[in-house]
Design a protein around this ligand. Structure first.
Ligand SMILES: NC(=O)c1ccc[n+]([C@@H]2O[C@H](COP(=O)([O-])OP(=O)(O)OC[C@H]3O[C@@H](n4cnc5c(N)ncnc54)[C@H](O)[C@@H]3O)[C@@H](O)[C@H]2O)c1
Length: 338
């Protein structure tokens, strides 16, 4: 089978990581990435000897890129002429504009969580509704929090069913490089429900969910606490067994030293994972408990890298490389080394 040809638009926090993820997939080829400016990640490509070509994402941007000494392989249209599918990781809202180019070029595309829902035909989550993405032209990923949240909720839901869920998002306010967000010292609250539970109900409509969101001035991972009402009795031990068996969930122990969001970030560094990325959500063994019949637990979301596996699943669905979630997820995770 010939390799599926993939391009990436936007070489930032997410674009660098989806590009690296695609390079690892032996049944895909990264044709190139497109960006508009000589940002640090773009400059790093030159320092690395251009491991893959860079294209100018908007007309005129090649001038600034070339003035910074970065070789430009061609225009956005040139890139679109060579690919089967684009992974759009441009800032939220720009993807919708890029879509006009994808439609004109007859190229499929996968958008990230910052785009409005209307940009895509399918709101996609690799382990939960893979089959809905089969053959689709335009797919949109859930956001980082929602991606991780759905993994944990779906693990229990597919085993005993969940009637309702209450979800509190303790949201990191910025990524590590985001100096433009300022030096903050405040906990900012939002009205209920948070968008993540609304999106959860879009992907798994039979669960009645609501929840709160609090922005916190940290950068290394969100924490989400959940209380879910199972339809059948589920013990703490039973829940842990289900979480351990579900893809992309890593059960960790406070007793072993995993006592914070940053301990998981540090763990990825000790493993020498590129960029300290973790594809799995962390789930604390000692934080799984019961409140009456409800199950309570907490998860860690490595926001910069958590959506990469599901993004690659979306390529597999759109290109019909595998027809079931299980086989697609196994292929993605095998190549990513999860
Ligand atoms: N940062 C996160 O933690 C995170 C997590 C999950 C999903 N997302 C989503 O991923 C998407 C990208 O976010 P990000 O954090 O990687 O942004 P980012 O700002 O780090 O990177 C965006 C890149 O796109 C480039 N760009 C600007 N205009 C462009 C255009 N017209 N065409 C192509 N590239 C263009 C920018 O120069 C920049 O390099 C958003 O939808 C966001 O909501 C972000």
């Amino acid at each position: 089978m010939s390799k599926v040809k993939v391009g990436v638009a936007g070489y930032g926090v997410i674009g660098t990581r989806v590009a690296a993820g695609v390079v690892l997939q032996e049944d895909m080829e990264l044709v190139g990435v497109a960006d508009v400016a000589p940002t640090l990640p773009v400059r790093s490509l030159k320092e690395r000897g251009m491991p893959f070509p860079l294209f100018a994402a908007v007309p005129g941007s090649e001038t600034e890129l070339e003035e910074a000494g970065i070789p430009v392989a061609g225009s956005f249209e040139d890139l679109l002429g060579e690919v089967d599918i684009m992974l759009d990781a441009a800032p939220g809202g720009i993807g919708a504009r890029n879509k006009e180019h994808y439609v004109r070029a007859g190229v499929k595309a996968v958008f990230q969580g910052g785009e409005a829902a209307g940009v895509a035909d399918v709101f996609f989550h690799g382990t939960t509704n893979y089959e809905q993405g089969l053959g689709a032209d335009y797919l949109k990923l859930t956001s980082c929090n929602t991606t991780g949240l759905i993994r944990a909720v779906h693990a229990i839901h597919q085993t005993v069913g969940i009637a309702k869920a209450f979800v509190t998002i303790i949201r990191r306010v910025a990524d590590p490089g985001d100096t433009h967000r300022g030096l903050t010292n405040v906990l900012q609250v939002e009205a209920i429900p948070n968008h993540q539970v609304v999106d959860l109900m879009h992907i798994i409509p039979e669960i009645d969910a609501t929840g709160m969101l609090i922005h916190t001035p940290v950068t290394h991972g969100h924490i989400i606490t959940l209380s879910v009402t199972p339809k059948r009795e589920m013990s703490v031990a039973g829940a842990l067994e289900v979480f351990r068996a579900y893809p992309r969930i890593k059960v960790v122990r406070i007793a072993d030293g995993f006592n914070s969001n940053s301990s998981l970030f540090q763990w990825a560094r000790y493993l020498e994972n590129p960029r300290a990325d973790m594809y799995e959500i962390g789930l604390w063994e000692e934080m799984v408990g019961k409140s009456g019949d409800d199950l309570v637990f907490a998860i860690n979301i490595p926001q910069e890298s958590v959506t990469i596996p599901e993004t690659i699943d979306a390529v597999r669905a759109a290109m019909e490389m595998q027809v079931t979630s299980d086989t697609a997820v196994a292929a993605t995770d095998g190549y990513l080394g999860i």
